[in-house]
Structures are given as C-alpha cells and as structure tokens.
Design a protein around this ligand. Structure first.
Ligand code: ZN
Length: 778
C-alpha cells in the first residue's frame, strides 16, 4: 500500500515544483531589441537613447518645475522633428482637493477614414519631487516617442491617433483631468492606452481596462504576443490606494488598457528611479504591448463596443483565456451540481462516509486557519523586532526570498500536520470531498461577489469534477476504483489550482508588501487542501518527511528573515528630512520621517531628537521625529481677506463667506490650507483667469479638510470659502519647497547609505495660523 500510496503525493509535489519553475520562467520580460531592429519594430535600444536625452541629468521634474519645462521642450522638439505639430494645453484644474496648473503636450495623427472617433496613447512626463522618474514615467514617455516615430512612418490607421503627455500626474492626476475637462479632442477620444510603472523592472502587466472589457480582452488576446493579465489583478489593484491617469480617463468613459511594469518597487518614487536602473527588457515589453494594443484599437471597425464584463487570465504569458463574467455563476452552479451528484455516488457506494467528510472539513479548516495564523504571527514578530517595516507604509525588505519560502513552507507544514492528525479519520475521500466542496462554495460565492476572481475556484472545481469521473464510473459499475483513478481525482485539481495561483502569488508581494505573506499562505493553503487526500493515502513516513522538510524550510526562512538586514543601499529605507519654521512662535524644527518608524543611530547622533514621533501639524497623518533647528529668515505664507464689499454682503445667517488671497512670498511651489473640522468647509472655489473652479477638499482623519495647491503662481491664488457659523476660524497655512537649507546639511549627510528620500523628498516648510473673521467683525 505504501509505495503505491506515495506515488500520487510524489507526482503532485514534482508537478508543483515544475509549475513553479514554469511560472518563474514565463513571467520575464523579453530581450530588448537593439539599434539594428527593423524601423517598423519597437526597439528598447532606441527608446533608451530617448530616455537618456530626457532624464539623463537625473534632475527631478515635478509639475511647475524648471526641469519639467526643459523636459517639455525636449519632447516638443522631438515630436516636431518626427513631423508632428505638437501643441501645449495649459490651465488651472482641481481634482480631489489638489489644484495646479499642468501643461500637457498633445499631438495628433489623422485617420484614413471619415470616422472621427480617436484612440489615444498616454504617459505622464512629470516625476515626483524626490527622483528623476526614469521608469515612472520617463520610460513611458520615451516609449511613446519611439512609437510616435513608428506611427509617423506607417500608412494611417482608420481612426485618428492622439498622443498625450500629461503633467502633474504625481501631484494628483491633474494633467489628465485638464485634458478630459477642457481639451476639445477629449470628446473625440473613445479609447486610450495608458503607460505606467511601479518600480524599475519586471514584465509589462495589463491590470486595468475600460468597462467594455469583453471586447477589449478579445482585442488584447489577439494583438499581444506575450499577454500578461488577469482579472484578479484588477480586483487587487482596486483595493490599493494607488491611482493613475487611467482613473481619470475612465471617468470620461474611455475604453482602453492600463499597462505598467512592476518590479524593484524599492526604487519607486526615489532618486534610485534613474536611467542607470531602468530595465531595457521592461521597456521592450511595455513598448511591444503599447504598440500592439494601440494599433488594435486604431484599426478596430468600431470604438463603441457594448459594456460587458469578462473574466480573463493568461496561460503562462503565452495565451489569453477569457469568457464573459455572466458565465461565471451558471458555470459554478453547474459544476456544483456535477460535484454533488458525484458526492452522492461516492457516499452511496460506500467510498466515503458523512463522518469522514466532516473530519476532512475540520482538518482542512484547521490547516487553513493555523497556517495563515502561523505566517501572520511570524510577520508580526518580524515587524515587532524591527526586521520588517510596519504594515501600511512601504513594507518591502531588501531580502524577501527567505520569507517567501517560509510563507510557502508554512502552507505545506499545515497540510502535513492536518493530514497526520486526521489521516485515519478522514481518509482519502473525506479530505477530497471537503476540499472540493470548499472550492465549489468559493466558486459560487466569487461568481456572485467578485466575478474577476471566480476563474480560480471554477477551474479548480471543474478539474476535481472531471478528475473524479473515472473513480465514480468504476463505483457505478460495482467495481472498486483503482489507486490510479483516485490519485488522479486529487492530482488533477491540485495541478490546476497551483497553475492558477502561482503567477498570482508571484506578484502579490510587489503589489501588497509584507501583507502578501499571510495572504500567500492562505492562497497556497487552498491549493494544499487538494494535497490532503494524497498526504492521507501516503505512508506515515512520507507524511513525516514532508512535514519535517516543510518545518525545516519555514524555520530557516524565519531565522534568515529575522537576522538579515531590512534595508540595503539597493533597497533603501525611505527617510525624508524636513525643515519646519513655525511663523506663529518663531520656532524651527528638523523633522525626520522614517518608513521604519525607528530613527537610525546616525541621525540620532546628528541632532537632539525627541524620542517620540508626533505630527508636523494638527491632522498630519505621518508622525515625524522632531529636533530643534536654527531659525532662518523665511517669509511666512499669506492668507489675506480680500476687501470686496459687494461680495461681503453675501455673508448672512449662520454662515461666513470669505474671499481670500493665498500667496507664498518666498515663492514655494506648493501650499496647503487646513480648515478645522468645526468650520465644515467641504468644498472651495478657486477664482482663476478662466473662471471659477470648484473642488471638494480632502478630509483628514481628524475631520479637518485640506486644500493642496501645487505649481502655486508667484502672485498667488484667490479662494472663495463658505464656513459654518459666525465665529472666527483658525486656519493652518503651510507652504513647502522641495529643498533643504544648508544649515541642516549635517543632518542630510547623516542619512545612512541604506536610506533615501522619496515622494516629495527633503522639504522646507513654513507654517502659520491665519485667523479668519466673518465680514462684520473685520
Ligand atoms: Zn507614474
């Protein structure tokens, strides 16, 4: 019994190992094409030359910056040299409480027909203030320019093509908002291909589509040579706080594709997002995808498809499999019916008893719960000991591999433990039926709640339903099923579910950070549930061997995770240093924000920091370590009432109307105004040359609301505010510049080599309180 019993388990483990190897091999971007690539093909070599020209100097170029203006000039020149007539679109725009004046670059290619419905290729040319944004999104700009060259040399496609380079994406999707709100071409565009990056390497993933995704995925499947997409990625992405220009395009009802390469996220939004760290393979993959997807849209007979949701996933980046989301529930119910019929046969013919199924279910639930809890506890220990940064922020570490191994080994360890405990009571079929019923329940539930995730349990249960057919047929012919037939019933669903989940698990960590580990243990546990019957029918020795090996791997992974350094020069901690001047008290402080929430020794030695971090201003969401700083003569931001009698008469009843002028005398590019919760300022109107612009403000956890203005004009901006009540309102006003005073250079230099600035980078902030009085009191 034992040798034959071990055979199924051995096949399953070998099969999983092969699927893992195939997954690692499949999801790699292609080799970049060189300078000798045919002129009609996308060449990463040529795109990289453009990228060096654009951001080779390594200077960040956020919205409104001189470096941004220089980059814009270079792009315009390059487009003009290719025969385009690029135009600039500028204007004041707000989105979600962030306002600014982006300058977009727009170029067009005429279509070959009368059809004026256009398709668009979009990328943002601004970067975060902290880094040069070579991959995010310089590589996409270079890709767009290389594609612009190819398109200009081709015969025109039926639909006109718009090339859009947006500004102010990092500040809050401002350029894209300006385009869809104000550009005349925005009404003509029906579909868009948006190019993004999360990190500096990795394959180009298509992670978001428009609403007509049945049509879109058919186009994608036929156009893309190396498809890499999964409707489950969008399910995950929707739950992350990230946003791209594509969100704005979707609100304008555009169809289309959102592509991003995802890898080396430690460099994302830091100075390490440099040309030297950009991956030519990623650029090649993204360029191939963008050109193919754009061409497919531009050649499509119609750009008015029916809105229909689909379920889709790629098979090892070789082929795309897709079906309408509406099929998910009938398919799940049909599979459930088949499985129930098979279960009845197995029960009636005495292959399994209800008691065994109950024990199997209990073992499986314990396996899933204990495995996930064990991995979560290990993560909690790593966070408590400071080896893994707090969850919520950037929680990636420099050496994640041991923890990847531990998370997987824990899933197998839990399966080994559960099978050893209940092998005799549940038996092969008790475990098999418990796992299959779980899959069927998940299949029906996901088809109803998240159809985009329904394909994994559906394929798993279909495989189980088909896999068990030989056994049930033998039983119906009054014969005992063979060991082979039984093994197949467990092996088939095991291999199918691992083929489905391994590519997902591979990208969970880059998407979620450390939270991906317990999630991976749970997801791999669902796969391991199918291993339980094979473990139960294996010999006690084989089970012990599997359990002991898994325990050893989990332990090694845990020990390595707890002893290896969290950060390295190549995967640095995010630490920003800031100079804050409180204009009300005249006091100055250095603020340090560390991703780890622990101040490195080198910084502790450089200044006398308070041991407990606290917010920079009331309502500031990220606490900082404070140290006294020398006082600098910096002018405070101004928020002054505008004397305008005609308007002041509007102030009536229980509300206060205020017309205000916001200005940074020291010409800081960004200003923030924080209204207290008691003032109930939910939205605000900005008075611009082109007319009033109304925006809803962001609400902080304290209930206070915040207005953020980037690329603040030197002259300032006019705000029109309605506050509740007739009492004076104390408003906090901050202006910030993306620089750091020389007086603090010792501190800046003390930032350890395994740390870097990120996002807004090192800052100088001047803040003050402005008390606003109702008109009659002034
Ligand atoms: Zn970006």
């Amino acid at each position: 019994m034992s040798a034959a019993g071990n055979r199924g388990l051995a096949f399953a483990l070998a099969g999983i190992a092969m699927l893992l190897a195939a997954t690692l091999a499949a999801y790699r971007p292609p080799a970049p094409l060189g300078p000798d690539a045919p002129p009609g093909a996308f060449s990463a070599y040529r795109a990289e030359a453009i990228l060096r020209d654009l951001v080779g100097n390594g200077i960040p170029h956020p919205i409104g910056s001189p470096a941004g203006a220089r980059m814009r000039e270079t792009i315009v020149k390059r487009l003009a040299a290719l025969g385009y007539a690029p135009q600039l679109q500028s204007g004041f725009v707000c989105r979600g409480g962030v306002c600014g004046s982006p300058v977009n670059i727009v170029a067009t290619l005429r279509g070959s027909t009368e059809d004026q419905d256009a398709v668009m290729l979009a990328a943002h040319y601004d970067s975060v203030p902290a880094g040069p944004g070579a991959s995010d999104d310089g590589a996409a700009v270079a890709t767009l320019l290389e594609i612009a060259r190819i398109l200009a040399a081709r015969p025109p496609s039926p639909h006109p093509i718009v090339l859009l380079l947006t500004d102010g994406e990092e500040a809050g999707l401002l350029g894209a908002s300006l385009f869809v709100q104000q550009h005349p071409l925005s009404k003509q565009v029906k579909a868009v291909v948006n190019l993004e990056a999360r990190g500096t390497s990795g394959p180009s993933l298509m992670f978001e589509t428009g609403t007509a995704n049945t049509w879109l995925m058919r186009l994608y499947g036929s156009a893309i040579a190396r498809p890499f997409s999964n409707s489950l990625y969008y399910v995950v992405y929707k739950r992350l706080p990230n946003d791209t220009d594509f969100s704005v395009f979707k609100t304008a009802a555009y169809q289309g594709f959102n592509f991003a390469f995802i890898g080396d996220v430690g460099r994302y939004h830091t100075p390490l997002d440099s040309v030297a760290n950009a991956s030519a393979s990623s650029i090649q993959h993204q360029g191939d995808n963008a050109l193919a997807a754009l061409s497919a849209l531009a050649n499509s007979p119609t750009l008015h498809p029916a809105v229909a949701e689909s379920v889709f996933f790629d098979g090892f980046a070789r082929t795309l499999i897709t079906w309408p989301a509406a099929f998910a529930l009938p398919a799940a119910l049909l599979t459930l019916a088949l499985l129930l019929a098979e279960a009845v046969i197995l029960l009636r013919k005495g292959a399994v008893t209800a008691r065994e199924v109950m024990w199997g279910g209990m073992g499986m639930i314990c396996m899933l719960a204990l495995g996930t809890a064990l991995c979560a506890s290990l993560l909690a220990l790593a966070v408590a000991s400071g080896r893994v940064p707090p969850i919520g922020g950037a929680s990636w570490i420099s050496h994640p591999l041991p923890m990847h191994g531990a998370a997987a080994a824990i899933a197998l360890l839990a399966a080994g433990g559960a099978s050893a405990w209940l092998a005799r009571r549940a038996g092969f079929w008790g475990f098999w039926m418990a796992a299959t019923l779980l899959g069927a329940v998940l299949s029906v539930a996901s088809a109803v709640v998240v159809p985009g995730a329904s394909h994994v349990p559906l394929l798993w249960t279909v495989a189980a339903g088909l896999g068990v057919l030989p056994s049930t047929m033998s039983l119906m012919r009054q014969r005992a099923g063979s060991r082979w037939a039984a093994d197949f019933a467990a092996l088939f669903p095991t291999l199918v579910i691992f083929a489905c989940v391994l590519p997902l698990v591979r990208f969970l960590y880059v998407a979620l950070g450390s939270l991906a580990w317990p999630v991976s243990t749970l997801v791999l546990g669902l796969g391991a549930a199918n291993l339980l019957p094979l473990l139960a029918s294996a010999s006690g020795r084989a089970r012990q061997w599997v359990t002991a090996t898994a325990a050893l791997c989990a332990m090694c992974g845990a020990v390595l995770t707890l002893s290896l350094p969290t950060y390295s020069a190549d995967w640095p901690e995010r630490i920003n240093v800031e100079y804050w001047l409180d204009a009300d008290t005249g006091q100055s402080q250095f603020l340090v924000r560390c991703n780890s929430k622990r101040l490195p020794a080198a910084l502790t030695a450089a200044a006398h920091f308070d041991p407990v971090p606290r917010p920079g201003f009331a309502g500031d969401g990220s606490p900082a370590f404070h140290a006294a700083a020398p006082k600098l003569e910096l002018a405070a931001p101004e928020l002054l009432p505008i004397a305008r009698p005609a308007v002041e008469s509007k102030a009536a009843g229980s509300a206060t109307h205020l017309d205000l002028w916001l200005r940074s005398p020291r010409r800081a590019p960004e200003a923030l105004v924080v209204f207290p919760a008691s003032a109930h300022v939910a939205d605000i109107t900005l008075v611009t040359a082109a007319g009033p612009v109304r925006t809803k403000l962001n609400r902080l956890r304290s209930g206070a609301t915040i207005l953020d203005i980037v690329s603040l004009p030197a002259a300032g901006v006019e705000l029109s505010v309605d506050a509740a009540g007739r009492t004076p309102v104390a408003v906090q006003v901050l202006d910030q510049s993306y620089d750091f005073p020389v007086e603090g250079s010792t501190l800046q230099r003390a930032r350890p080599p395994n740390a870097t600035s990120s996002q807004d980078g090192d800052l100088t902030v001047v803040h003050r309180t402005a008390t606003l009085y109702p008109a009659a009191d002034r």
